[in-house]
Design a protein around this ligand. Structure first.
Ligand code: ZN
Length: 127
């Protein structure tokens, strides 16, 4: 008898958790209106990145969000890469010198992964 009660509680607990995950997810209604004047709402998670444009379910035209979200305008300037930013601060010659310097330190065990440091320290103590 006790066993049955326990089993029932366990199963009930599980299904409650499953339902909670689905039912209680926060939502929002996002309104759209197409150029033909068809207004409609889409249900989305509040965490969703709300798209500025949604296809009108009645005529297939691109409907704009009524909450004032503008479609993303593509940047005209190409994005600066890390390499571009680096070259603004150092010439390639400088970078090559730094690389050589760092490689030397690495080979001497002064920089780099910790296990190499330790190995090197042991060698130093031994010698
Ligand atoms: Zn429409």
């Amino acid at each position: 008898m006790a066993e049955r009660t326990l089993r029932g509680a366990r199963l009930g607990g599980q299904s409650f958790e499953d339902e909670r995950g689905i039912e209680f997810a926060a939502r929002q209604q996002v309104g759209y209106e197409c150029p033909q004047g068809h207004g409609f709402e889409i249900t989305m998670s509040v965490e969703a990145d709300v798209p500025a444009i949604w296809e009108c379910p009645r005529c297939g035209a691109e409907a704009l969000s009524t909450s004032g979200i503008q479609p993303e305008v593509k940047a005209e300037k190409p994005a600066r890469t890390h390499w571009d930013m680096l070259l603004e601060r150092r010439s390639e010659k400088e970078l090559e010198d730094i690389l050589k310097e760092r490689l030397e330190l690495l080979r001497n065990g002064e920089i780099g992964p910790a296990h190499l440091h330790r190995a090197n320290q042991k060698k130093r103590k031994a010698s």
